[in-house]
Ligand binder design. Structure first.
Ligand SMILES: [Zn+2]
Ligand SMILES: [Zn+2]
Length: 146
């Protein structure tokens, strides 16, 4: 089983356990979230799912996202000047790489956050509950495009 498949299984069984109906549309939202690595927005999810299931409403996408948020299974990234974006694979705080040209958001393969958290907690005496670390730049694809 791939990571995406096992993540999808996990999300599906969680919703079943919480007695939520798993309609094909809702399954499609879960599948896309599990497969996506670029942190889609609700509209991007809706566009892709609507192409597959024309009867899907925006409400289905939003309701499913909210449900997953309540269950702590999706990370929501809010932006002042852009749509909220979602990570259905890592529902806990982690650093993000944001391309300022194509607005793609990726997870960098580094774990600088753990050391930093420890230092911040030690020096401040705070009990740290979360963090937000965004790197802005131009992705390799956009650099090639000039
Ligand atoms: Zn880019
Ligand atoms: Zn992420």
């Amino acid at each position: 089983m791939t990571d995406a498949q096992s993540r999808l299984e996990h999300l599906a069984s969680l919703l079943r356990k919480n007695e939520h109906r798993l309609t094909p549309q809702r399954m499609a939202v879960l599948r896309l979230l599990a497969l996506s690595v670029d942190h889609p927005s609700a509209s991007q999810l809706y566009d892709q799912i609507h192409a597959q299931f024309p009867t899907t409403s925006r409400a289905t996408v939003y309701k499913t996202l909210n449900l997953l948020k309540e269950l702590g299974e999706v990370l929501e990234l809010g932006f002042a000047d852009d749509d909220k974006r979602y990570d259905g694979n890592k529902p806990y705080p982690h650093p993000h790489l944001i391309c300022v040209r194509c607005r793609k958001i990726m997870d960098p393969a580094v774990s600088i956050a753990a050391d930093m958290l420890q230092q911040v907690a030690q020096q401040s005496g705070y009990q740290i509950l979360g963090h937000r670390l965004d790197f802005y730049g131009v992705c390799p694809e956009c650099q090639e495009g000039g």
